[in-house]
Design a protein around this ligand. Structure first.
Ligand SMILES: Cc1ncc(COP(=O)(O)O)c(C=O)c1O
Length: 784
C-alpha cells in the first residue's frame, strides 16, 4: 500500500524566498549541487525507452545570479557594478537591484468591482435579450417554419444545431458581428488599414465598400513594434528567403530540420535561460501538443482558471486529471495543493504520478501578471515531499516574453528570479517578435523527450525559414546582437507607454484591469450593449481596438482590450485617451469609484477616505467648502462631484473657477439638485419638494457612487448623506461621510447638523464649545 500523507504532514509555509540556496554571481562558481529532483529525472526513463540521441552538445547552464544578499557579500552598489559588466550574458544581466525587491504586491492593481447599478442593468440587459430571443424563437418556429427549419426536429431526427446551442450566436453575436473579424490590409504596425464593409441584412452578410480606413492600432499584439515591412528584420528576412526559400517542405522528423531551426532553438534557450528548447510552427499547438507529451492518466494538472484555451485543450487531450484554482490566487492554490497531495488519486488514493501547475506569465484578457515569487515559494514549501509530491511549474509566456522584464526575457526577468525555478517555459513568437509559432524551453532531457513525443514537432510542417529569420532577427535586436540599444529602447518604451496609458485611463475614471507594467490594458464595459457601441464609436474616431465579451470573459465583464506597442508615440496615446474619454462620456462607462492612487498624508486633517467626492455646496457655505477643498490635493482626491442646489448659480461658478486653477482637466463634475426646502418656503409644500430632492439625490449617489462625501451644512446634503448610508446598511459599500458644522454655530448645532450627527463618520466643529458638549464632535480649528 502506498503511504499517504495527510494535510497535517505537509510542511509549514516557508515565508522567506531568499532561502533559495542557489546564489552565484559572475566570477564566483556555483557550487555543484546535485539536483534532488527535476523534470529531467522524471523523463530519463522515457528518454531511454525511446533511445533519442540528442544532436545538441550538453550546454553548461549559465550561472544565474540572484540579487545581492548576505551570501555573496556584495553591497547593492557593487552588485550593480558587477551586473553592468559587458561580458555578462542576458541571463546573468537580468537580475538587477530593482528586480531584487520586486514582489507581486508592488505592482498589483486591485480589481475594481462594478458599481451595483451597473451590475443590475447588465443582468437586466441579458434578461431582456434572453426573454425576447426565446419568444422570437418560439413564434418563429410556428409562423416562419421555413426560416427556422434547421432548428426544428427534422423527420424524426434531432436538429443538428439546437436552438439552445446556437442561441447566443444568433441572438447576441450576430447583432454585433461587425465588431469582429474586420478585414484589414497591409502591415499591422503602429497603424492598421481596415477595409470598410457594410451589411444590408443586419449582419448576416457583409460587402466591402472599397474604402480603406487608417486607424491607430491597439488591436494587434505588436508589443515591441517588430511587425514592420522595413528595417533590419525585414531586410534579413528578405535575404533568408533568397537563401532558403519559403518552406522546408517536410516535418522535422523527416527532412524538415534546417540548420536555422537548430540555431534558433539554441538562441531561444539562451534567451530564456534554459538548457535547450524546441520550436513549433504554431503557438496554440505548442501548448496543446506539449502537455499530452508530459502528462497522462494518473497525473494531475493544476490550472489557473483563466488559462488560455490552448492549455485547456492540451490538458483535455492528455487524459490527465485537472483541478482549477482561482485566478492568480496563491492561497487557493496552496489549499488545493495540500488537498490533492494528501488525498492522492480519486478512489485508489495512490499518490499522483506527477503534478504540474500551469500558469500564464501575463494573462491576455486581464493584463494580470503571474505571482511568480509566491509560486516559487510554494514550490519550495512542497519540495520536502520528493519523488511524487513536488509539483512542476509550467509557465506560458505567450504574452510576457519580450514584453516583460528589463531584458525582455519574460516574467523571471521581470521579478529577478532565476529561470531554473520554472520547469517548463512555453512562449510564442506571435506577439513580441512579430512572427509566428511557439517554443518550449527546459532541461535538455525534457526537451529531448519532447522531440520524440510532441506531435506538432514530429508531424506538423516545420517553421518557415522566413518566420525563423524574423524571430531570430528580432530576438537578436532585443539581446543587443546588432550592436545597438534599439532592443532595450523598445522594451523601455513599451513599459513607459503601458504605464502612461493605464494611468491616464484610471485617472479619467474608467475601470481598468491589468497590473502595472502590463501592455495588455482591458477597459471594462460590463453591459453587452456597450461592446459594439464602444467598438464602433472608437472606429469612427480612427482607433482600432478589440472588444471582448462572453464566453471569452465572464458574462458581466465585457471589455475593450488595448494592446500597447513600443511603436506608439505619445501623440497616438494622447489622441486615443482623448477619444476614449469622449466615448466614455457618451456611453457612460466611467464607473470608477477611485481609491487613492498613492499613499499620502492627510492634508487638512479632515479625513482621508476615498476620492470620488460629493461636495454639497450652497450659498454661504460655499466659501468654507472651497477653502476645505483647496487643502485637499486634487491629484489624490478625484474625480470630484460638486452637488449644488439648482437655484444656486454662484457656487457652480466658484467650483469651476477653482477647478480651472488646478490645471487638471476632466476630473470634476457638477450636479444640481432641488432644495428640500427653500428659505421661507411654506412647510406644507415641503413633502413635495423634499421628495423631488430625494429623487435627484438618488441619481447623484448612483451615478457618482462616491467613496467620500464632505458636507458643511446646507440642507441639500441631508438626503444625499442619508441615501449614502443605505449601501452601508446593505453591506454593499461603506461611503464615508465627513460633516463640518458651520462657523456660525458656536454653542448649538444647525438642523442639518442635528439630523446628520448619528450618520456621519466624522463630525467637525469650528468652535471648541461644541466639541465639549458632543462626544463625536472634533474641533480642529476654523476653516475661514
Ligand atoms: C497564453 C497563450 N498561449 C498560447 C497562445 C497561442 O498562440 P498563437 O496565437 O501563437 O497560436 C495564445 C494566443 O494568444 C495565448 O494567449
Amino acid at each position: 500500500m502506498p503511504q499517504q500523507q495527510t494535510s497535517a504532514d505537509l510542511p509549514a509555509p516557508v515565508d522567506d524566498i531568499q532561502q533559495i540556496p542557489t546564489i552565484s554571481i559572475e566570477g564566483i562558481q556555483p557550487s555543484t549541487r546535485q539536483r534532488a529532483f527535476s523534470f529531467s529525472n522524471l523523463v530519463k526513463r522515457t528518454r531511454r525507452a525511446y533511445s533519442v540521441s540528442s544532436v545538441y552538445p550538453v550546454k553548461a547552464h549559465p550561472a544565474l545570479a540572484l540579487p545581492f544578499n548576505s551570501q555573496n557579500n556584495l553591497s547593492p552598489e557593487e552588485f550593480v557594478d558587477k551586473i553592468k559588466l559587458p561580458s555578462l550574458t542576458p541571463a546573468q544581466r537580468r537580475n538587477s537591484i530593482a528586480a531584487a525587491h520586486r514582489k507581486y504586491e508592488d505592482f498589483e492593481q486591485k480589481i475594481e468591482a462594478a458599481p451595483l447599478v451597473v451590475l443590475v442593468s447588465t443582468y437586466l440587459n441579458y434578461f431582456v435579450l434572453i426573454l425576447f430571443g426565446h419568444m422570437r424563437d418560439i413564434i418563429g418556429k410556428i409562423f416562419k417554419r421555413k426560416e427556422y427549419a434547421h432548428l426544428r426536429t427534422n423527420e424524426g431526427y434531432a436538429p443538428l444545431v439546437s436552438d439552445f446551442d446556437s442561441f447566443y450566436t444568433r441572438r447576441m453575436y450576430l447583432r454585433i458581428r461587425d465588431c469582429w473579424n474586420r478585414p484589414t490590409t497591409g502591415v499591422p504596425g503602429r497603424k492598421i488599414t481596415i477595409l470598410e464593409r457594410e451589411s444590408k441584412d443586419f449582419n448576416l452578410t457583409f460587402r466591402l465598400t472599397g474604402r480603406k480606413l487608417e486607424a491607430i492600432n491597439f488591436s494587434s499584439y505588436n508589443y515591441l513594434g517588430f511587425a514592420q515591412n522595413n528595417g533590419l528584420c525585414a531586410d534579413q528576412v528578405e535575404e533568408c528567403v533568397k537563401q532558403y526559400g519559403t518552406s522546408s517542405a517536410s516535418p522535422r522528423l523527416e527532412a524538415g530540420t534546417l540548420d536555422i531551426h537548430r540555431n534558433l532553438e539554441r538562441k531561444v534557450a539562451n534567451f530564456v535561460g534554459k538548457e535547450d528548447s524546441i520550436i513549433v510552427s504554431m503557438g496554440f499547438a505548442t501548448n496543446s501538443t506539449t502537455i499530452p507529451s508530459l502528462v497522462g492518466k494518473g497525473c494531475l494538472v493544476i490550472s489557473d482558471e483563466l488559462n488560455h484555451s490552448s492549455i485547456i485543450f492540451g490538458v483535455r487531450l492528455s487524459g490527465a486529471s485537472v483541478r482549477v484554482f482561482k485566478h492568480n490566487n496563491m492561497i487557493d492554490l496552496r489549499n488545493l495543493l495540500r488537498e490533492v497531495i494528501s488525498q492522492g488519486q480519486p478512489r485508489t488514493h495512490r499518490p499522483w504520478k506527477k503534478i504540474v501547475v500551469i500558469v500564464e506569465g501575463l494573462y491576455s484578457m486581464e493584463g494580470s501578471i503571474v505571482n511568480l515569487p509566491e509560486l516559487i515559494k510554494l514550490k519550495r514549501e512542497f519540495k520536502p515531499f520528493e519523488k511524487c509530491n513536488q509539483f512542476y511549474l509550467y509557465v506560458d509566456e505567450a504574452h510576457s516574453i519580450g514584453a516583460l522584464g528589463e531584458n525582455g526575457c519574460g516574467v523571471c526577468d521581470f521579478y529577478g528570479i532565476s529561470p531554473k525555478h520554472v520547469d517548463i517555459m512555453m512562449g510564442t513568437f506571435t506577439k513580441s517578435f512579430g512572427a509566428a509559432g511557439g517554443y518550449i524551453a527546459g532541461d535538455k532531457a525534457v526537451i529531448d523527450h519532447l522531440r520524440a513525443t510532441n506531435h506538432a514537432f514530429s508531424y506538423a510542417e516545420t517553421m518557415s525559414p522566413l518566420v525563423i529569420q524574423q524571430v531570430s532577427s528580432s530576438m537578436g535586436i532585443i539581446m543587443g546582437e546588432d550592436g545597438t540599444d534599439d532592443g532595450v529602447k523598445r522594451i523601455q518604451q513599451l513599459a513607459e507607454n503601458s504605464r502612461y496609458f493605464s494611468r491616464e485611463l484610471r485617472r479619467l475614471g474608467f475601470i481598468v484591469y491589468g497590473d502595472e507594467g502590463s501592455p495588455v490594458i482591458p477597459l471594462l464595459l460590463f453591459n453587452p450593449a456597450k461592446i459594439s457601441a464602444f467598438s464602433r464609436e472608437m472606429l469612427k474616431r480612427n482607433i482600432a481596438v478589440v472588444v471582448v465579451g462572453y464566453p471569452a470573459t465572464p458574462i458581466i465583464s465585457s471589455r475593450a482590450r488595448f494592446c500597447i506597442s513600443s511603436a506608439h508615440t505619445r501623440e497616438d496615446l494622447d489622441k486615443a485617451i482623448q477619444d476614449i474619454n469622449e466615448v466614455g462620456e457618451l456611453l457612460m462607462i466611467k464607473f470608477k469609484s477611485l481609491r487613492f492612487h498613492e499613499p499620502h498624508t492627510d492634508p487638512s486633517d479632515v479625513g482621508c477616505v476615498g476620492s470620488n467626492k460629493n461636495l454639497p455646496c450652497s450659498g454661504g457655505h460655499t466659501a468654507e467648502m472651497l477653502q476645505l477643498i483647496k487643502s485637499l490635493d486634487p491629484k489624490y482626491y478625484y474625480p470630484r462631484t460638486y452637488v449644488i442646489a439648482n437655484t444656486d448659480l454662484l457656487s457652480s461658478e466658484k467650483a469651476k473657477e477653482y477647478e480651472q486653477s488646478t490645471g487638471l482637466q476632466n476630473q470634476f463634475d457638477i450636479r444640481t439638485i432641488p432644495r428640500a426646502r427653500e428659505v421661507g418656503q411654506s412647510w406644507s409644500k415641503v413633502p413635495v419638494s423634499a421628495l423631488l430632492a430625494l429623487t435627484a439625490s438618488v441619481k447623484v449617489i448612483l451615478l457618482s457612487w462616491p467613496d467620500l462625501i464632505i458636507c458643511n451644512g446646507p440642507g441639500s446634503c441631508v438626503p444625499i448623506c442619508m441615501l449614502a448610508y443605505i449601501p452601508r446598511i446593505l453591506g454593499i459599500k461603506k461611503i464615508e461621510i465627513i460633516y463640518i458644522e458651520s462657523f456660525a454655530r458656536v454653542e448649538s448645532l444647525s438642523v442639518t447638523g442635528k439630523l446628520l450627527y448619528p450618520f456621519v463618520d466624522r463630525f467637525l466643529v469650528q468652535w471648541p464649545q461644541l466639541s465639549n458638549i458632543l462626544d463625536k464632535a472634533e474641533y480642529k480649528g476654523i476653516l475661514i
